[in-house]
Design a protein around this ligand. Structure first.
Ligand code: ADP
Ligand code: MG
Ligand code: ZN
Length: 479
């Protein structure tokens, strides 16, 4: 029997607001336990939540960027369950009427484009965190840190349209790129700012009836998502092949073994006794607000890539690399605004600059080479002041010091030699010193030409204009 996997993803996106979703406490990461709390996020009786407008703004942006409809009216609901990191005994979320519905993202896997539906996006608060072991200020034991309680999250729920681990990763990467471009999430997966629950089931190929799903919780890297899904597909097929049945349950991924294990039976929605939160009025969003948000959206990676192909004549590969992050794309565009030869800019940004930054473990934001400096360097090449090869030396110096390329060229005496008289003099010396090779060339062994070019370039310390060297050398060798 052949099996087909069916996958739906629920992604939690932690929003980059300064304050929490229902109170004014700071959301800053890493503060000492419970230092960022107040009666609202501590769940004190009588404390009332007040919705953070920025959270709504960010949710609208996320919805628009994923082709959702923005609900004119949405409602916050209480999701009731007991856990020590949730002092109120319920989480404020959205249930029947979420803020965004009916979206989609187009992903590309193996050269084929596929549309993945987005069922809904809703806003909710995060819970606190339990700390076990050596608890600061308490010694050995277990403590509760409520700094994270009430931190704003979006939950993005996909349709069960995904059919493989690779499709799941492509969808996640695309969503990740969008929320980071939008500036609504820092995208830090290790710190849990972008984490995924993977729902997986299998069914016989050709069937239209989905199998029973399991949900693997809080997987926090693209690699782990791939491993977790692949393992879960394999496991489920094995269970079925052995005559067993899949039970609907929540599972945990163990990065050390690459496997998943059962955590608890799956709750149904009715177990949570959802009901509208009476402390929060229904949220009404005007058409104007949505329109303003639409106008303020940045150009998204997909649109950028299309533009780079159509208007700048770049390859699909270049466009992909240059739009990988918004900072890189903006850097690239700042360069092309000053210097319209996009392909040369692309080569330098993707080549020397990226290499240097990678070696340093730095991002484009830390680069001392500003767009203006990079463009100054390209113009020195165009003017013939330096050769492309010397430009790399100048670049390295510029990368280290942030000095202007013209200053570096002057300081280090790197100006290209384009004086034909001087080049001829060097060539004559080299030919005289290598009479044997000159004879070989004249006898038909044209390969020694490269040897002569190398010798001349070395003698000029790389400064001779390569085009002139080639031209004059050929003339003289031919005699
Ligand atoms: P819950 O809150 O119970 O997890 P949701 O409706 O929020 O339920 O999310 C369910 C997720 O599971 C969605 O992403 C959906 O696409 C996915 N899903 C539903 N049925 C299946 C199935 N049979 N196989 C795989 N994924 C599924
Ligand atoms: Mg779920
Ligand atoms: Zn608070």
């Amino acid at each position: 029997m052949q099996y087909q996997a069916v996958i739906g993803l629920e992604v939690h996106v932690q929003l980059l607001t300064n304050t929490k979703i229902f109170c004014g406490c700071s959301t800053k990461f890493g503060a000492s336990p419970n230092s960022q709390t107040c009666p609202v996020c501590l769940g004190m009786p009588g404390a009332l939540p007040v919705l953070n407008k920025k959270v709504v703004e960010y949710a609208i942006r996320a919805g628009l960027a994923t082709n959702c409809s923005i609900a004119q009216r949405s409602v916050f609901a209480r999701k009731n369950y007991f856990y020590p990191d949730l002092p109120k005994g319920y989480q404020i979320s959205q249930f029947e009427l979420p803020i965004c519905v009916n979206g989609h993202l187009d992903i590309e896997v193996d050269g084929k484009v596929k549309r993945i539906g987005i069922t809904r996006i809703h806003m909710e608060e995060d819970a606190g965190k339990l700390v076990h072991g050596d608890v600061p200020g308490l010694g050995q034991g277990s403590g509760v840190d409520l700094n994270r309680a009430c931190t704003p999250l979006l939950e993005v729920v996909s349709e069960p349209d995904i059919r493989s681990a690779d499709e799941a990763v492509a969808y996640l990467k695309k969503l990740h790129q969008i929320v980071v471009y939008l500036g609504i999430c820092d995208g830090n997966m290790e710190e849990g700012s972008f984490r995924c629950d993977a729902n997986v089931s299998v069914m016989p190929v050709g069937s239209d009836k989905f199998g029973t799903r399991t949900e693997t919780k809080n997987v926090n890297s693209f690699r782990f998502v791939k491993q977790a899904i692949e393992h879960e597909i394999e496991r489920q097929i094995e269970v079925i092949e052995e005559g067993g049945r899949i039970v609907q349950e929540t599972r945990l991924f163990d990065p050390n073994t690459g496997t998943t294990r059962s955590m608890r039976g799956k709750e149904e929605a009715h177990d949570y006794r959802y009901f509208p939160d009476p402390d929060l009025v229904p949220l009404v969003i005007s058409a104007d607000w949505v329109e303003d948000a639409r106008l303020s959206l940045p150009e998204l990676p997909e649109a950028k890539r299309a533009r780079y192909l159509a208007e700048l004549g770049l390859t699909a590969y270049d466009a992909e690399v240059l739009t990988a992050s918004r900072e890189l794309a903006e850097y690239f565009e700042a360069c092309t605004a000053l210097y319209p030869q996009a392909k040369s800019v692309a080569n330098w940004v993707m080549g020397e600059l990226t290499r240097a930054l990678n070696e340093d473990g730095k991002g484009i934001a830390d680069s001392r080479v500003t767009p203006q400096l990079l463009v100054d360097l390209l113009e020195l090449i165009d003017k013939g002041t330096i050769s492309g090869k010397i430009a790399k030396t100048v670049f390295d110096e510029m990368y280290k010091t942030g000095k202007a390329p013209a200053a570096i060229v002057a300081e280090k005496g790197l100006v290209q030699v384009s004086d034909t008289g001087e080049i001829e003099r060097i060539i004559d010396q080299i030919m005289a010193a290598n009479a044997g090779q000159v004879e070989e060339f004249r006898g038909g062994k044209e390969k020694v030409f490269g040897f002569f070019v190398g010798q001349v370039m070395r003698a000029s310390k790389g400064k001779a204009n390569p085009a002139l060297v080639n031209e004059i050398l050929l003339k003289k060798l031919k005699g």
